[in-house]
Design a protein. Structure first.
Length: 381
């Protein structure tokens, strides 16, 4: 009998960058003999491929790699290839520390770029803040409320901005009660206090908080029948898929709101409930946008990878493009000091009609929009 393999397990079995290779071997495989002779510029990308994070990491890495391959095909940095050494970790603090030590101790490494996913990015940011090794940490997928130090340059709106956007949209249309579901105790600990403050400011009443370690299906089964019609779900795509499938067993219709870690295309493929509309916040333009940078992303992605466009891979592409623009402007020698200084001085970059930079991510109105998964499986911006 053929037993279907869950998406996260399948992604781990396939591997994101060849998990059987050591980081050094992986770099050699990417560089090749000609690249080694040219002494490529080296950047390090830390990627969490644990089951809890692989959905986001896989797509983010795809977009990032597409951007760097295209960049090298167009001449690279000062005529030299840029090699991005991917260090895969299992999400545990020890593996994060080990990856950061490898980057720090590699004299060829100029910076960390595009750390993914959220938990790993937060841990790297915290370690850099304490250790201050003078290593720039550029455009990570950092979503939670971790206070980053001067070495970390976040460019995407955080969970607090996404939640504020979602709750403000609800308050404007007269919604006064909201049920909140947390997919894990860790997610609860990181977001609950901030969510309560935001809801209080908007005069929204929060119902049904579930800071338990139970899986999402169990949460769906235990959801009170008198819970509000609108549910804010904080968790990943597979958990949300299970949760929405269970909601259909209740007679009352619901609307579910998720955050940027949710991939709507994958949600549809996993069989999310067809009669439960799902809306998610996005921290990048919709992938069907006519913006020049999004058109370029779609063209590069279709040329280099057999993957559909997703917000997460677009985020990886934009992360790499932001790093490329700032690195290309550096005059004089390229080393950790000049790279860190360049990112500290450069606030924002216009990437073909879309501005990205630390000042925008930290401002009162960072870029956040919403998309919806329709009943027929289409993603509507």
């Amino acid at each position: 009998m053929n037993v279907p393999i869950p998406r996260r397990k399948a992604l781990q079995l396939l591997g994101i960058a060849g998990t059987s290779l050591t980081p050094v071997a992986r770099l050699s495989a990417q560089t090749g003999s000609a690249g080694a002779l040219q002494r490529p510029q080296v950047l390090v990308q830390i990627a969490d491929t644990s089951p809890a994070q692989i959905d986001v990491s896989k797509d983010f890495l795809t977009g990032s790699r597409a951007a760097w391959q295209d960049f090298n095909a167009r001449g690279g940095l000062r005529g030299r290839q840029v090699q991005v050494l991917t260090l895969e970790i299992d999400g545990q603090p020890a593996s994060v520390r080990n990856a950061l030590e490898q980057a720090r101790d590699n004299p060829a490494c100029l910076a960390l770029v595009g750390t993914v996913a959220d938990t790993a990015a937060a841990q790297v940011a915290a370690l850099l803040k304490r250790q201050q090794p003078g290593l720039a940490h550029v455009a990570p997928w950092l979503q939670d409320g971790t206070e980053a130090g001067d070495e970390t340059f976040t460019v995407f709106a955080r969970h607090d901005a996404q939640i504020a956007h979602a709750l403000k949209s609800l308050s404007v249309i007269g919604v006064r009660e909201l049920t909140v579901i947390y997919a894990s105790e860790q997610i609860y600990a990181l977001n609950h206090s901030r969510l309560e403050r935001t809801a209080a400011d908007l005069k929204l009443k929060l119902l049904g908080n579930h800071p338990t370690g139970a899986d999402a299906r169990a949460l769906g089964q235990r959801l009170p029948v008198d819970a509000s019609a609108l549910i804010l779900f904080l968790g990943g795509t597979p958990e949300l898929a299970s949760f929405t499938q269970d909601l259909e067993k209740q007679a009352r219709g619901r609307y579910v709101i998720g955050l940027a870690d949710v991939n709507l295309q994958t949600l549809a493929q996993m069989g999310a409930a067809r009669h439960t509309p799902v809306i998610v916040t996005q921290v990048v333009p919709v992938v069907t946008s006519a913006l020049p940078v999004v058109r370029a992303y779609r063209q590069v992605l279709s040329r280099l990878f057999d993957e559909p466009p997703t917000p997460q891979s677009l985020a990886g592409y934009l992360s790499a493009r932001y790093a490329q623009e700032v690195l290309a402007e550096i005059e004089g020698p390229l080393n950790r000091v000049t790279v860190l200084t360049a990112f500290q001085r450069r606030a924002t970059v216009d990437l073909g009609g879309f501005s990205l930079g630390p000042s925008l991510a930290r401002s009162a109105t960072p870029f956040v929009t919403q998309s919806m998964l329709s009943s027929d499986g289409r993603v509507i911006g």
